[in-house]
Design a protein around this ligand. Structure first.
Ligand code: PEP
Ligand code: MG
Length: 325
């Protein structure tokens, strides 16, 4: 099997009926790019930039960040790179940036909420990113956006940084695409309005499931509520993808579900454009994709939506894929 997959390193990510998709890698540091390329990634769909901050004993400077982003972009050799802006707080603390003790850190001061409150931290990162965009195709995405006002505030700060940098370098950053994570339920519900204001969505199913099922993603006692195939949840995903496409916005996914083999035919049936996952899952996914027809997948989505539980959908997909229980 592995030998078969290895042949797909330079192959396009296409379905049996020749529809094109992208299978990208999730990375934590610029060094991960090497493996992403080896595994045939079509790009980086999620660069979790917080690892730059967690691996340092001070807030990384603009130049330190610039070098890291440049290294990732250059290493991808012209393939697109999506960097997510700082997603700190919640379960990811920083020693040198004291944050308040919170009763509910996952519902608290984290990610874009910190960045909008501390624009000097946010601007340092955005300036580094805009400067690095000179070296290849770069997209920036904002984590934990819930409201349109948050999205607009983040975009406004990005535009300010661009204007400042363009005083010296005309057009710098003009090609940077702007996207947002869909991981807060309200943003998913409001996907039509959100889609009008961004180039792409990336659905963060780890948090989107945590918040929709009201179940802490790190708590084993409630892990039975991790149900990516629950028909009610699939309906929400379908809504987000359809809303994106109504507005010419690309729909990507970068949570665990994007690399889940039972989810793949359903996501293809919904027309998800990009699947971003750990590099080690890319070739397996590309190989499965090649054997799936998107029209059959669309029919499978309809059947799945008529079912009632995660387990029923899992069984339906297993049967379709001829997988044993
Ligand atoms: C997600 O929430 O699905 C996601 C991709 O982000 P993280 O796992 O880093 O919160
Ligand atoms: Mg998340």
């Amino acid at each position: 099997e592995r030998a078969e997959w290895a042949k797909l390193v330079d192959a396009p990510s296409v379905s049996k009926d020749d529809k094109h998709f992208e299978i990208a890698a999730n990375i934590g540091t610029p060094d991960d790019v090497e493996d992403a390329m080896k595994q045939g990634a079509d790009g980086v769909g999620l660069f979790r930039s917080e690892f730059l901050y967690m691996g340092s004993d001070h807030l990384p400077t603009e130049d330190e960040q610039f070098e890291a982003y440049k290294k990732a972009i250059v290493g991808m050799k012209g393939k697109p790179v999506v960097v997510r802006t700082l997603d700190i707080g919640g379960d990811k603390p920083l020693d040198y940036l004291p944050l308040p003790d919170e009763m509910n850190p996952f519902l608290g001061y984290r990610a874009i909420r910190i960045c909008l409150d501390r624009p000097e931290i946010f601007k340092t990162q955005l300036r580094a990113l805009i400067r690095a965009s000179e070296f290849g195709p770069l997209s920036i995405m904002f984590p934990m956006i819930g409201t349109l006002a948050e999205l607009r505030a983040a975009k406004r700060i990005f535009e300010e940084c661009k204007t400042e940098l363009q005083k010296d370098h005309r057009v710098l950053g003009d090609d940077v695409k702007i996207g947002m994570m869909i991981e807060v339920p309200l943003a998913a519900i409001n996907a039509d309005k959100m889609a009008e204001e961004v180039d792409f969505f990336s659905i963060g199913t780890n948090d989107l499931i945590q918040y929709n099922f009201a179940a802490d993603r790190g708590n084993d006692a409630v892990s039975y509520l991790y149900q990516p195939l629950n028909p009610a949840f699939l309906g929400l995903i379908n809504h987000v993808i359809a809303a994106a496409h109504r507005h010419g916005t690309k729909a990507a996914m970068c949570g665990e579900m994007a690399g889940d083999e039972l989810a793949l035919p359903l996501l293809m049936g919904m027309g998800l454009d990009e699947y971003s996952m750990s590099a080690s899952s890319i070739l397996r996914t590309r190989s499965m994709m090649k054997n799936l027809d998107t029209k059959d997948c669309a029919k499978l989505v309809e059947k799945a939506m008529d079912l009632d539980t995660n387990e029923e959908v899992a069984n339906l997909v297993k049967k379709e894929l001829n997988l044993a229980d």
